[in-house]
Design a protein around this ligand. Structure first.
Ligand SMILES: C[S@@+](CC[C@H](N)C(=O)[O-])C[C@H]1O[C@@H](n2cnc3c(N)ncnc32)[C@H](O)[C@@H]1O
Length: 276
């Protein structure tokens, strides 16, 4: 295999490409990350060096390769009931506020990764309904979107290995919401799956076809974007929310300086943003 190193100029061109395609900003010193994420694609696309892979990626005709490269450069780290407080707040505050809704409650998980976030939301709906029969009579519709087709396939399949199952899931929820499928794997049960649907969406594109939501989760993805891109995305979320709708960001993410369209609601613990 040819061992041609990626030149600084090629790395810079690649960084520009990635930011334009999906918003992800790579620092000056992330060459190791590019190498480790893209090396596995070389055999699949029949190229002999990273330099060749990058130069092919920059060609607008290589649509399949470009999508695979963006997919490979995304960070998909996630877990069940991540940070706990968003899911506690759903059950203690947001679901009760919507309990008499005469249509399904609409929730969007806008960077759903492999499905842990949208399915944790669906499990929270089921738990709330079990505790308070007769509420949320029309149920809930949870839409998960992501830019990565690999992640969307995992969401749709909803089957997880023992490592993934061990992260954030109580024994009780593991038992109640999964069916074993052999080799330590388990699949989300159908009544929970039925609350969800999944589709491809790049957060840089228009959300006009997504419809309106009562609650949006966009957690642990804005950190990868520039302030300008973050502000644009948050403005689009404001458009996609019903009046007084809620937006959850990641625990280390903030809306400070990015939008005036939301009120910050301090909960204990956690912060949520409510459309004015
Ligand atoms: C770190 S995961 C966060 C998953 C989940 N929200 C959580 O908090 O556990 C970030 C996800 O954002 C997705 N992503 C990155 N850039 C995106 C973009 N431009 N549009 C849509 N999704 C994107 C990645 O594919 C990845 O699955």
């Amino acid at each position: 295999m040819e061992n041609k190193h990626l030149q600084q100029g090629e790395y810079d061109q690649f960084r520009t490409f990635l930011e334009q395609q999906c918003g992800i900003v790579l620092g000056d010193n992330k060459l190791y990350l590019v190498k480790s994420r893209l090396a596995p694609l070389m055999a699949r696309f029949n190229v002999e060096s990273l330099s060749e892979l990058v130069s092919k990626t920059l060609s607008p005709h290589e649509r399949q390769l470009r999508a695979a490269v963006v997919d490979a450069m995304t960070t998909n780290e996630t877990l069940w009931f991540r940070d706990q407080y968003p899911f506690d707040l759903l059950q203690s505050k947001l679901f009760p506020e919507h309990k008499d809704l005469r249509r399904p409650l609409k929730i969007w998980s806008a960077a759903s990764s492999s499905g842990q976030e949208p399915y944790s939301i669906a499990m929270s709906v089921a738990e709330f309904q079990a505790k308070s029969p007769g509420v949320l009579k029309m149920g809930a519709q949870i839409v998960g979107t992501d830019i990565s087709n690999t992640m969307l396939d995992m969401c749709k399949h909803a089957e997880y290995d023992s490592l993934a199952l061990a992260r954030g899931l109580s024994a009780e929820r593991r038992k109640k919401f999964f069916k074993d499928s052999g080799n330590g794997m388990a699949q989300v049960i159908d009544p929970i799956k039925k609350l969800t649907s999944f589709r491809h969406l790049n957060l840089l594109d228009s959300y006009a076809l997504m419809g309106k939501f009562d609650i949006i989760f966009c957690r642990n993805v804005l950190i990868y974007f520039s302030p300008e891109v973050k502000a644009k995305i948050i403005a689009q979320f404001a458009q996609a929310l019903n009046p007084k709708g809620y937006l959850f960001l990641g625990a280390s993410e903030s809306m400070s300086g990015l939008s005036t369209e939301f009120d910050m609601v301090r909960c204990n613990p956690g912060i949520i943003y409510q459309k004015k």
